[in-house]
Ligand binder design. Structure first.
Ligand code: ADP
Ligand code: ZN
Ligand code: ZN
Length: 737
């Protein structure tokens, strides 16, 4: 009997293609979930077997054969396939391209999934002898590396050495050249009894933590969603650690998603100190070999924990027993291109498919998750107290109306800063705008330096003496004179972190000021270096963007300031207020975590704003209640569901008329409950030389929206005008621009 393989190819097409098995292949070997090499059109690519069936609608003599079967044993399970099918359909993204995302780059290219052990470094005999013989110490770092290697007869991996010794590559290279050190394949990382004895014992849980662990543990055999709502430092991570430990004792793996690459080393170290079992790390900052190794160890069931950013969501894990999404409110869980998935939302679907519990943790849960908790879909677990006995910081509004500001700093804030510094505390100032100033204008004539490709003002970067477009990345030198009137009186308007840093250096000349934003941390390792400086107490005043609000522990920071609260209160983005409240609470969480209590000052011209007032009086929960009421009244998420159809082209007319046509199709479908807004120019109407338009779809029920989108997509594929624009569908968009 002949069989036909249904193959998904990584191309922008929604249909699947039938192929015959490769000549001579044993048919039993071919199962859904295997990769194959196929010729598609004239190109060779890696395709994915989605189904093996008895016959095709296409006659056999017109079918091509698969070139090669790449996996004897499928890498994806039936469950993985079902889950990826769901993601493809829900986010309106081609199945082949969705499946591709489940693999690390080397496997997408068709390489074999090899379980290569990591390379380890060990001391040679010569090295041992010389180490014993030498006594005159010259380089403490080199000696530390040697001492560590001397203690590890099985060798140490590079990542292990990195954790303990910064970046030891030069030292290792040098030692290898001298014959002291050799490399080889490491043994699989099973912990020795001695190592296990060295592991940190679990902490004794406080009653709130205990209740949370119990609740999840009682659900380990089936699906259940839990919102772990705990202030910063309340011991959420301890809860995750103990759960992962228990899951592994039952043979289950934990998938742990977190928003920031920068946060993985800390957490990896905590897991490694606790679990004797292998922890695999997967994110885009790793090289291809490292990613493949982590992926394979998850896929084989060897990794107890897979720690990763949103791309780790699709990694196959045969013994998946628990999913954790930490900082679940974070916007980076939503992908902004390609498969525009929300790793948090899709993780809940994955937990359902595998019938395992999922824990969403945050000090400032998203309104979506809070609403799910209110409705009883998620179980709400609270950790209201900090685990140590640190006291929560106090929030205070600083009314800056009619106050003289020095580079955005009010006299009250400056006074509080002086007191804090005298008492030996550190200060954290927050401004969500990098660069020196967001606008450069000509004082005599009003000309504004504008990026022609985006129609938005250039941002001034003073130290570099350049203008940057923060949308498309265009750059140019700072002009000397106005191109319109020729005058030389060009002035920067408004504030960025660089300008605040400069002012702080002037105002506090004897203090050490450190700026942390994308511009100062571009170099690899520079963020870690800056964070180390903060911990060592060298930095006294920190100024930064939201990078500073995430996950880092600064126990000696006793004063935090949010310089511009109002830009979050008055924004066209309906989520801006939620983000602002999250930011304030997260920043507050960074202040005074040790024994010291902290205070947070919020500069505003709208001290009576109702959302600000509810945040101050009733905390984040009160804010969320008020904000949810506003959302309900407006039919916005989580009370209504949204999708954006975006289109762009070089001219203004094409995307607009394409969307008019799309709207026409939708209207003719006459789906009750579906509302359309637009087409209208996108909030960022021009980007990198292209005009951008959008059509917003809204429905009270997800189902209505899903059906309309599916129908719309196949209609659009057939539209002539669709070929003249670049278009995309964004389901549950986070960024409305
Ligand atoms: P979160 O993840 O909520 O920010 P962590 O789990 O990192 O909190 O805990 C904050 C601090 O409190 C850590 O230093 C941790 O070791 C400590 N801690 C957590 N739980 C306990 C506990 N039950 N007893 C004592 N210390 C704890
Ligand atoms: Zn631009
Ligand atoms: Zn001018």
């Amino acid at each position: 009997m002949t069989r036909v393989l249904r193959i998904a190819v990584p191309a922008p097409v929604f249909r699947l293609f039938d192929y015959l098995p490769p000549p001579g292949a044993s048919l039993d070997a071919i199962r859904a979930g295997s990769r194959v090499r196929v010729t598609f059109g004239r190109r060779k690519m890696t395709g994915y077997v989605v189904e093996v069936k008895a016959s095709s609608e296409v006659s056999a003599d017109r079918l091509r054969c698969v070139d090669t079967l790449l996996d004897e044993v499928p890498l994806l399970s039936e469950r993985d396939l079902r889950f990826l099918h769901w993601a493809s359909a829900y986010y309106q993204h081609p199945l082949g391209e969705t499946l591709r995302l489940a693999f690390p780059p080397s496997l997408r290219d068709g390489k074999a999934a090899k379980d290569e052990p990591p390379k380890v470094f060990f001391l040679t005999e010569l090295g041992c002898r010389l180490l014993a013989a030498t006594s005159g110490r010259k380089s403490p770092r080199r000696d530390a590396v040697l001492a560590a290697l001397a203690e590890a007869p099985d060798g140490l991996s590079l990542s292990h050495l990195r954790q303990q010794h910064g970046d030891p590559i030069r030292i290792l290279r040098d030692l290898k050249a001298r014959g002291w050190v050799e490399t080889g394949a490491g043994a699989p990382q099973a912990a020795s009894a001695m190592e296990k004895a060295r592991l940190a014992p679990p902490l004794e849980l406080n009653p709130d933590q205990l209740r949370a662990v119990e609740a999840v543990r009682n659900s380990l055999d089936h699906f259940g969603a839990f919102l772990l709502d705990g202030v910063t430092g309340s011991g959420k991570t301890e809860v995750y650690l103990q759960l992962a430990e228990q899951v592994w004792q039952r043979g289950g793996q934990t998938l742990f998603l977190l928003p920031e690459i920068a946060l993985t080393p800390q957490l990896e170290a905590r897991f490694a100190a606790r679990l004797a079992e292998p922890v695999a790390v997967f994110h885009s900052g790793l090289n291809d070999t490292e990613r493949t190794r982590a992926w394979v160890s998850a896929q084989r069931g060897a990794a107890a924990v897979l720690l990763g950013t949103r791309s780790a969501l699709f990694a196959p894990m045969p013994h998946l027993g628990l999913i954790v999404v930490d900082e679940e409110h974070d916007a980076s869980f939503k992908a902004q291109e390609g498969l525009r998935f929300s790793a948090r939302d899709a993780a809940v679907m994955r937990a359902r498919e595998w019938d395992v519990p999922i824990v969403l943790g945050s000090a400032t849960p998203s309104l979506e998750s809070l609403y799910n908790a209110q409705r009883g879909r998620y179980r709400h677990l609270r950790l209201p107290r900090r685990a140590g006995d640190a006291r929560p910081p106090s929030l205070r509004l600083v009314d800056i109306r009619k106050r003289p500001l020095d580079s955005g700093l009010s006299p009250m804030l400056l006074e509080a800063m002086r007191q804090t510094l005298e008492a030996g505390g550190q200060i954290l100032l927050f401004l969500n705008r990098r660069g020196y100033a967001p606008v450069l204008t000509c004082h005599p004539c009003g000309w504004i330096a504008t990026c022609q490709r985006c129609d938005t003002p250039f941002v001034v970067h003073a130290r570099e003496k350049r203008l940057h477009c923060h949308h498309c990345g265009a750059e140019r030198p700072l002009p000397q004179r106005c191109p319109d009137c020729g005058e030389q009186d060009l002035r920067p308007l408004g504030l960025g972190t660089e300008r605040v840093e400069q002012a702080l250096t002037r105002l506090f000349p004897e203090r050490n000021v450190v700026r942390i934003d994308r511009d100062t941390t571009r170099r690899k390792g520079s963020l870690q270096q800056a964070l180390d400086g903060i911990h060592a107490g060298e930095a006294e005043i920190l100024v930064g963007t939201q990078m500073l609000s995430k996950g880092h522990h600064f126990p000696n920071v006793t004063l935090a300031g949010v310089l511009d609260v109002d830009s979050g209160l008055y924004s066209i983005d309906f989520r801006a207020a939620e983000r602002l409240a999250q930011l304030i609470v997260q920043v507050a969480g960074r202040a005074g975590r040790g024994e010291k209590s902290g205070q947070v000052l919020l500069q505003t011209r709208h001290p009576d704003h109702p959302l600000l007032q509810s945040l101050l009086r009733e905390g984040y929960e009160g804010f969320a209640r008020a904000a949810l009421q506003e959302r309900r009244a407006a039919g916005l998420p989580p009370f209504g569901h949204l999708a954006l159809l975006r289109a762009e082209a070089v001219d203004d007319q094409t995307p607009c008329s394409f969307l008019v046509e799309a709207a026409g199709r939708l209207e003719r479908m006459a789906r009750p409950g579906l509302r359309l807004f637009g087409p209208a120019p996108a909030p960022l109407a021009r980007l990198a030389g292209r005009q951008r338009w959008q059509l917003l779809l809204q429905a009270a029920e997800r189902r209505v929206l899903q059906r309309a989108l599916a129908e719309l997509r196949s209609a659009l594929d057939a539209l002539e005008s669709a070929r003249r624009v670049r278009w995309s569908v964004d389901v549950d968009p986070l960024d409305m621009g």
